[in-house]
Write a protein that binds this ligand. Structure first.
Ligand SMILES: Cc1cc2nc3c(=O)[nH]c(=O)nc-3n(C[C@H](O)[C@H](O)[C@H](O)COP(=O)(O)OP(=O)(O)OC[C@H]3O[C@@H](n4cnc5c(N)ncnc54)[C@H](O)[C@@H]3O)c2cc1C
Length: 465
């Protein structure tokens, strides 16, 4: 590296931490500076810490392998046996869904096997026809994608109402990203023996889910592992990563918001840090931006228009003196109209014992559009509706804490996707020679942690300064 100025990584969420690590390996740790606006590092890997009542996660509930050995080995290498729970094989994390007033523990895909026989037969014929026509990558609207994926009946009768419930927006205004954000890639239509006959076809498997996740033939199950630290909370990954980065010589600073850029000869030459009481100017050799497209494009003068606001999310952390009737699920989604739950997390199935110092058993709930002060009461009513607690058990539940997260999820409307597209273009039009973009939404639909980390790896491999 010729310049004496550092490569600056902006943002310290999962993508920023991994980018700083990869940049340190390529360019030398002493040449890397990691900046974070918040007072604490980690982005969405930060934990909520309630002391004896435990630590809870923001959103992700395990480190799930991204398939890049340089990254996966780094995180798994932090933990000796007994210091984390490895989720794999028969002990992998199992997801479910509350759909049509029933908690499905067999799969997170909606189970349509109980449809009236002629309707079920029509749905199946349409799915097999769609599978015979092949992949459906071109659709930009969620509803078109769903039609190409399963045919018109499933798309309109089942998928559209779920999307409308999840995003409180008409299905025909939603982009394809809505299907991914809702984990709605497949549905269940066939019992195990019939489904096994179709397993050889990747096109059918891409559309139909195996009906009993615990019996999924090994050849078709992902060999990727997850891990959850024995000291609960993904923040454990942050503290260990930060120590490793410091040992490589990386400089790290919190409370530093990047508020401006200076550009010279097609390169970002300087970052301006802004806080209420100081302005600092940092010359740089290159920039790895992991702090969101909206903020970077904003610094370049792009203004978002017609933005559809996201739904507000409140996290409620519930403690129970005894295990709830969670049926061994690690988490489940809720698609039921009228209920506020987006997802329930059953931490006891992630954690090694003891779970909390207080001895209570933790559950996490993500609620949509419920004010913080009403969230706990709403959460325990919905736990009863899911069959996790009886009416008499509800009084024994305690609130460890609840957190208003604001508009946490990107809202996948066509209007917002168009904004993201224009923001990416506003950045790429600059043709910066020394800037890379990583992290959530850096490319269309990029959201989930393993995809974000894989993308960071590919981007850093090509990064030049
Ligand atoms: C509620 C919720 C639940 C989720 N659940 C899952 C899940 O179950 N599974 C899964 O795989 N993924 C999940 N995700 C997605 C996952 O959180 C993201 O893939 C991941 O956080 C992306 O990491 P990131 O580094 O891009 O962004 P972030 O984690 O958001 O980090 C960005 C960082 O940049 C900082 N920053 C912003 N602006 C500036 C600035 N101007 N200067 C300096 N710093 C700045 C921020 O403070 C933040 O620390 C969930 C996301 C949410 C919101």
């Amino acid at each position: 590296m010729k310049s004496t100025n550092p490569i600056i990584v902006v943002g310290s969420g999962p993508s920023g931490l991994v980018a700083a690590l990869l940049a340190a390996h390529r360019f030398g740790g002493e040449n890397v500076l990691l900046l974070e606006e918040a007072p604490r590092l980690g982005g969405l890997w930060r934990s909520f810490d309630y002391g004896a009542n435990g630590r809870f996660d923001h959103g992700m509930h395990n480190y799930f392998e991204c398939g890049v050995p340089e990254i996966d080995d780094f995180f798994f290498g932090f933990f000796k046996q007994g210091e984390c729970r490895i989720l794999e094989g028969a002990d992998r994390d199992f997801a479910g869904v509350f759909y049509q007033n029933r908690l499905q523990a067999n799969s997170p895909s909606i189970d349509l096997r109980n449809l009236e026989p002629s309707l079920r037969a029509r749905c199946l014929a349409e799915v097999l026809n769609a599978a015979a026509q092949g992949h459906s990558h071109e659709a930009t609207r969620a509803i078109d994608f769903a039609q190409q994926q399963w045919g018109p009946t499933i798309a309109e009768k089942f998928i559209a109402p779920i999307l409308e419930r999840q995003f409180a927006a008409p299905a025909d205004e939603l982009g394809k990203g809505a299907v991914d954000l809702t984990a709605l890639r497949r549905v269940i239509l066939l019992d195990e023996p019939e489904m096994r006959q179709h397993m050889e076809s990747p096109e059918v498997r891409a559309r139909l889910a195996y009906p009993e996740q615990r019996n999924l033939p090994k050849a078709y199950s992902s060999s990727r592992r997850g891990l959850y630290p024995a000291v609960p909370g993904l923040e454990e990954l942050v503290s260990r990563t930060v120590n490793a980065l410091k040992a490589l010589g990386v400089q790290i600073a919190c409370g530093k918001k990047v508020a401006g850029l200076e550009i010279a000869n097609g390169r970002v030459s300087t970052l301006r840090l802004g806080s209420a009481d100081e302005t600092e100017v940092l010359p740089c050799a290159g920039v790895i931006w992991s702090a969101g497209l909206r903020s970077l494009s904003g610094l370049l003068g792009y203004r978002w228009s017609q933005t559809t606001p996201g739904r507000s999310l409140t996290l409620v952390h519930v403690l129970s003196p005894e295990p709830l009737n969670d049926r061994g699920l690690h988490y489940f989604y809720c698609y039921e109209p009228g209920l506020a739950t987006f997802r329930v997390t059953c931490y006891r199935n992630y954690c090694l014992q003891p779970i909390t110092q207080s001895g209570m058993i933790p559950y996490g709930m993500e609620l949509l559009d419920v004010p913080n002060e009403l969230a706990f009461a709403r959460a325990i009513d919905e736990l009863e509706r899911f069959g996790l607690v009886s009416a008499s058990q509800k009084a024994s539940l305690v609130c460890a804490g609840s957190e208003a997260m604001g508009r946490a999820f990107p809202m996948p409307t066509l209007a917002n996707e168009a904004n993201f597209h224009c923001a990416r273009k506003a950045i790429s039009d600059q043709k910066f020679a020394n800037v890379s973009i990583v992290g959530s939404m850096a490319t269309p639909g990029l959201f989930f942690q393993p995809d974000v980390l894989r993308h960071a790896f590919a981007t850093l491999n090509e990064f030049e300064i």
